[in-house]
Design a protein around this ligand. Structure first.
Ligand code: HEM
Length: 397
C-alpha cells in the first residue's frame, strides 16, 4: 500500500481536532484525505534544498545576535542564562524571517499570542472528548477562542501585506509558495482559501519553531552533563567548518552532531506522542481495526523501552546511531521522532539545518555547565519541554 493511501485510511482523532482548533485549524497537521494530499503537495517545495539554502544566512544572523547578547550578559557578570527561553525566542525569529518574511517585532507579537494560547489549551488537566466538557471550563474555552481569533487577525494582516507588496515576483519562502495559488494537482483543483492560508500559517509558525528549539535545548542539557561530547563536537566542527564560516554544503559532514540530534530526540522527543483515528475498517495481518478507533502512540515510552533498546536505554550514547539510522532499535517502527509513513514531518530538513547551524555557533564560542538551580522536570505542554527552563552557565572560549 502506498504511503498516501495508508495516510488516507488514518485520520486525526476528531476529539483533538476540536480541542486544538484555535491552534492549528485545518492546517497540514490536522487536515485529512484529498485535502491533505493537496496541501502537502503545495507545501513540500518550500523545504527543497534550494529554498533551505536561502534560509541559512538568516539563521546564522539570528543565532549570532543571540550569542552576542550572551557575551554582553557574561561581560556584565551574569553568566547564568535560561537557554530554553533564549533558544525558543531565536527559533521563533528564524521561522518568522525565513518562512514569512516578517520582522522580529511582528514575529514576537505572533509568538507571544501563540504561547499564551498554548498555555491556555494545554496547561491543566483537561477533559478532552468528554461531552459538553467545554462548559466545565467556560473561561478557558472563551480565552482560547479569543486568542485564536486575535492570532487569525495577525496572520490575515501578514498575508495581506505580502499580497499588496507583491510586484511581479513572489519570494519563494513558505508564505510565497502558499500564496502562489497552489498550482497543485489539477485533478483536485481548488486553491487555498483565506482561512486555509491562516490555518497553514499558524501551523507552521508554531510547529516550525518550538520543536526545533526544544531539540536544541535538550541537547544543551545533555552536553552540559556530558562535557566530553562538547569536546568531541568542537573537534568535529574544527575539522568540518574550516575557516569558521558556515557553509550549508558542509553541514552534512557534521556526522557526530547528527548522532547527537538522533539521541536527543530519542531521549526527549519534542513531539512526545502521535494520534490517529481509523477512517475505515483497516486490516493489519489478521486483525481488523474498526472504523473510528482512536490510537495513541506513546513515542516517549517506545524510545525508553529496554526490550527495544537494551539495558542502556536511559543512557546518553549518541554513538548508538553510528552507521545505524535506527540506533540499534530492535524494531524499525520503534524510533519515531518525526512520525511515520506519508505523514512524516515535512519540516525535518529545516530542523537538521537549523540545529547544526545554531549548535555549531554556540559550541564555537562557549563552553557551558548546568546551573545548580536547574530542576529536572520534563513536562508535556503539547511538546516535551523542561518545566522550569534550562539555566546554564556559559564561559567564552
Ligand atoms: C525537532 C523538530 C521536529 C520534530 C521532532 C517534529 C515532529 C513531527 C512529528 C512526530 C510529526 C508527525 C505528526 C503526526 O503524524 O501526527 C510531524 C509532522 C509535521 N511537522 Fe514536524 N517536527 C519537527 C520540526 C518541524 C518543523 C521545523 C516544521 C515546519 C517548518 C514542522 C512541521 C510539521 C508539519 C506541518 C507536520 C504535519 C505533516 C503532515 O501531516 O503531512 N515540523 N512533525
Amino acid at each position: 500500500m502506498s504511503g498516501s493511501v495508508m495516510a488516507k485510511s488514518w485520520g486525526k482523532p476528531t476529539v483533538f481536532k476540536n480541542d486544538r482548533d484555535p491552534m492549528f485549524g485545518n492546517g497540514l497537521v490536522m487536515v485529512e484525505g484529498d485535502e491533505w494530499v493537496r496541501q502537502r503537495h503545495v507545501i513540500t517545495p518550500a523545504f527543497n534544498p534550494i529554498n533551505l539554502k536561502v534560509m541559512a544566512s538568516l539563521m546564522v544572523e539570528s543565532a549570532t545576535n543571540m550569542l552576542d547578547n550572551w557575551t554582553t550578559f557574561i561581560n556584565l557578570g551574569k553568566p547564568e542564562i535560561d537557554a530554553e527561553r533564549e533558544i525558543i525566542k531565536t527559533a521563533g525569529e528564524i521561522i518568522a524571517k525565513t518562512s514569512f518574511g516578517v520582522s522580529y517585532k511582528t514575529g514576537q507579537n505572533v509568538l507571544e499570542k501563540l504561547r499564551a494560547l498554548q498555555v491556555t489549551l494545554f496547561k491543566s488537566n483537561r477533559f478532552v472528548g468528554v461531552p459538553f466538557s467545554k462548559f466545565f471550563f467556560p473561561k478557558k474555552t472563551l480565552e482560547a477562542k479569543r486568542l485564536g481569533k486575535e492570532i487569525d487577525q495577525l496572520f490575515l494582516s501578514i498575508i495581506n501585506d505580502r499580497k499588496n507588496s507583491i510586484k511581479g515576483k513572489t519570494p519563494q519562502d513558505l508564505l510565497g509558495i502558499l500564496l502562489q495559488g497552489s498550482p497543485v494537482d489539477s485533478r483536485l483543483g481548488k486553491t487555498l482559501s483565506q482561512q486555509d492560508l491562516v490555518d497553514e500559517c499558524k501551523t507552521f509558525f508554531f510547529g516550525g519553531h518550538e520543536t526545533t528549539a526544544l531539540a536544541i535545548t535538550w541537547t544543551l542539557l545533555l552536553l552540559a552533563m556530558n562535557p566530553e561530547w562538547q569536546d568531541q563536537l568542537r573537534d568535529e566542527i574544527r575539522e568540518v567548518v574550516k575557516d569558521g564560516e558556515i557553509d550549508v554544503n558542509t553541514l552534512a559532514g557534521l556526522k557526530k552532531m547528527g548522532w547527537v540530534l538522533n539521541e536527543v530526540l530519542r531521549l526527549y522527543p519534542s513531539s512526545p506522542n502521535v494520534q490517529r483515528q481509523a477512517r475505515e475498517d483497516i486490516r493489519v495481518d489478521d486483525l481488523t481495526i474498526p472504523n473510528g478507533t482512536n490510537m495513541w502512540i506513546d513515542v516517549v515510552a517506545m524510545h525508553h523501552d529496554p526490550e527495544l533498546w537494551g539495558e542502556d536505554v536511559n543512557e546518553f550514547k549518541p554513538e548508538r546511531f553510528k552507521g545505524d539510522m535506527y540506533g540499534g532499535c530492535k524494531h524499525k517502527m520503534g524510533y519515531l521522532p518525526f512520525g511515520f509513513g506519508g505523514r512524516m514531518c515535512v519540516g525535518r530538513n529545516l530542523t537538521f539545518m537549523e540545529y547544526k547551524i545554531v549548535l555549531t555557533l554556540i559550541l564555537s564560542r562557549f563552553s557551558f555547565t548546568l546551573s545548580p538551580t536547574y530542576t529536572h522536570s520534563p513536562t508535556i505542554l503539547l511538546s516535551l519541554r523542561p518545566k522550569y527552563g534550562l539555566p546554564l552557565r556559559f564561559q567564552p572560549l
